[in-house]
Structure formats: structure tokens, C-alpha cells
Design a protein around this ligand. Structure first.
Ligand SMILES: [Zn+2]
Length: 306
């Protein structure tokens, strides 16, 4: 008892007071640094590698980007796991493509009620598949759309960290300048292609935004997703149409099996070239790299004589 009393007495005076003060000080420091960190860096989760790159470009060191899209996954079949969602729980916002690319988005919003979901795709004017009311969701295939999306992202970041407005504005300006340069370079390269060869026969309906930006007609062999299949009558009509158009090249998925498209190309006497249509490739992470890869293959494939 005497020992306990002594300990209690010591706590109430010298050492106990110092310990309490130290504890209070360390709590205050954590609080101060936490507020500083919260004011300085915005944690952003992203559901597409190109959006991760955009967030990093616009936010610079003032954002921390958590890429939720796993390497090697398919954009149209990916569904985030509970572990993926847990990584997004303490973020300020989740960046999604929108336009129906992420059919799981409502479930994600329910799972992360305190996190804002931002869909830059909502700011992009829709491009409908010919003869349908179905909008092509692959808006990233045109740099001017990426530029527009980066403005949406900048506003979101500014509203969360107003003290860093200058940084975000400069990041977006540099990103927009890069998109303008890509757009200009693409127009020069594509300008060599004659009007009659400007037909993009692609494995899935992913080049609508590209076609609208650069004056190409899109013929989609399948639907929006890579795994969609056409029926026999549709395929027969397609073959007739491709022969009539004297299509020079058929574009395959750079990340999928080219066999079906190669067979089709053989049937109509066309060449094949790969395109990265979903903006995702295991070796190419930068938008510039992916977009230029597509431009090179389109110019090369459609520039051939028949
Ligand atoms: Zn796609």
C-alpha cells in the first residue's frame, strides 16, 4: 500500500506531470502535422492508370495517388475487391472514368460513403455508336478529352486543398500543353492519310472519340467490351462492307489475342496492326506513349496501298 501511495504521489507531482505534458505535446504535434499534411497533400484513389498519371501530373507533390487498377486486369471485367476498397477508405476522392466504364460504381459509393467519387468522363460530350443511343465510353482516346478531364480534376483538387491552388493550376497547365502538343502532332501525322482510307475497323467499339476528333469512321467488329461477340448474319454483313470499303488494315487489341481479327483481315485482304484501346498496357504506362503507339500504327496500317 505504501509503495502504491508513493507511486500515486510521484505521478501527481514531478514525473507524472512531465509525462502528461510530454504526452499532450506529442498529441498536439501529431495533430498539427496531421492538419499540415491534410492541407498539403490530397490522397486520390484512381480506377484507371491514365487517371493516376493525370492526377500525379496535375497535383504534383501535393497529391498522393493510390492506383486501384491491378496490372494485367481487363478494364471491362475488373471489379475492385474488398482489399482494393480498403486502400481507398482514407482517400479524399476516387477518380473513375465514368460513362458506364465502371458498372460497380454504385456499390463502390455505398462501400465508401465518406469518399467523393469524381467522374471526369461526365464533362466529355458523348459520341454515340452509329445507329444507336449507346455512347462510346472510351473518351481517353482523344487528347482534347484528357485536357478537359484534367480541368475537372484541377477544380476538385483546388476545392480540397485551396492553399495549393497555384500548384494545381501549374500542373494542369503543363498537362494541357502536353495534350495540345500530342493533338497537333497527331493531326500532322494523320493528315497524310487520304480520305478514303480513314476507316478504323477495330476489335471493339472503342475509337468513337478518336474518330470524331480526327475524322475517321469507326467500324466495330464487336461491342463496347472486348469479349462481346457478333452473330453470323452480322459477320456476313461486316465482311461485305469491309470488302466494299477496300479496308487496308484491321486493328487488333494490343493486349488481347489477335487471332480472330487476323482471320477477318485474311478474309478481306487487309493487314493488321495493334492498338491500345482501353488505355491500359503492361509495358506502356504514359498516355503519350500509348497515344503515339496508336497513331504510328494507324498511319502505318492505313497508309498502305491496296
Ligand atoms: Zn474498351
Amino acid at each position: 500500500m505504501r509503495q502504491l501511495s508513493g507511486a500515486a504521489l510521484t505521478d501527481a507531482t514531478g514525473c507524472g506531470t512531465i509525462r502528461a505534458m510530454r504526452k499532450l505535446l506529442s498529441c498536439l504535434l501529431v495533430l498539427v502535422f496531421g492538419v499540415m499534411a491534410a492541407q498539403g497533400r490530397v490522397k486520390v484513389a484512381s480506377l484507371h492508370p491514365l487517371l493516376s498519371e493525370m492526377a500525379q501530373a496535375v497535383g504534383g507533390e501535393q497529391v498522393e495517388v493510390v492506383n486501384l487498377f491491378p496490372k494485367g486486369a481487363d478494364l471491362h471485367t475488373f471489379n475492385p475487391t474488398a482489399a482494393d476498397l480498403a486502400r481507398a477508405r482514407d482517400t479524399a476522392l476516387v477518380l473513375a472514368c465514368g460513362m458506364g466504364v465502371e458498372p460497380y460504381l454504385d456499390d463502390l459509393k455505398d462501400s465508401l460513403p465518406s469518399v467523393s467519387v469524381v467522374e471526369p468522363g461526365k464533362s466529355i460530350p458523348p459520341v454515340y455508336l452509329p445507329g444507336t443511343q449507346q455512347a462510346d465510353p472510351h473518351w481517353w482516346n482523344a487528347p482534347q478529352n484528357m485536357k478537359r478531364a484534367s480541368r475537372v480534376l484541377m477544380q476538385e483538387l483546388m476545392s480540397r486543398a485551396p492553399a495549393q491552388k497555384t500548384v494545381f493550376r501549374a500542373g494542369q497547365k503543363a498537362y494541357a500543353a502536353e495534350m495540345d502538343a500530342l493533338d497537333r502532332e497527331a493531326r500532322v501525322a494523320l493528315g497524310r492519310l487520304p480520305q478514303e482510307s480513314r476507316v478504323l475497323v477495330a476489335a471493339h467499339a472503342a475509337m468513337g472519340h478518336f474518330g470524331k476528333a480526327y475524322g475517321f469512321r469507326q467500324v466495330a467488329v464487336h461491342g463496347i467490351a472486348q469479349e462481346s461477340e457478333g452473330d453470323t448474319a452480322t459477320m456476313a454483313r461486316l465482311l461485305r462492307s469491309l470488302r466494299e470499303l477496300r479496308v487496308r488494315c484491321i486493328f487488333t487489341e494490343a493486349t488481347g489475342s489477335p487471332r480472330a481479327m487476323e482471320t477477318l483481315a485474311g478474309q478481306v485482304g487487309a493487314a493488321t496492326r495493334p492498338l491500345v484501346m482501353d488505355g491500359i498496357h503492361p509495358e506502356m504506362r504514359a498516355y503519350r506513349e500509348i497515344f503515339n503507339f496508336n497513331i504510328r500504327n494507324i498511319v502505318d496500317g492505313l497508309g498502305q496501298t491496296r
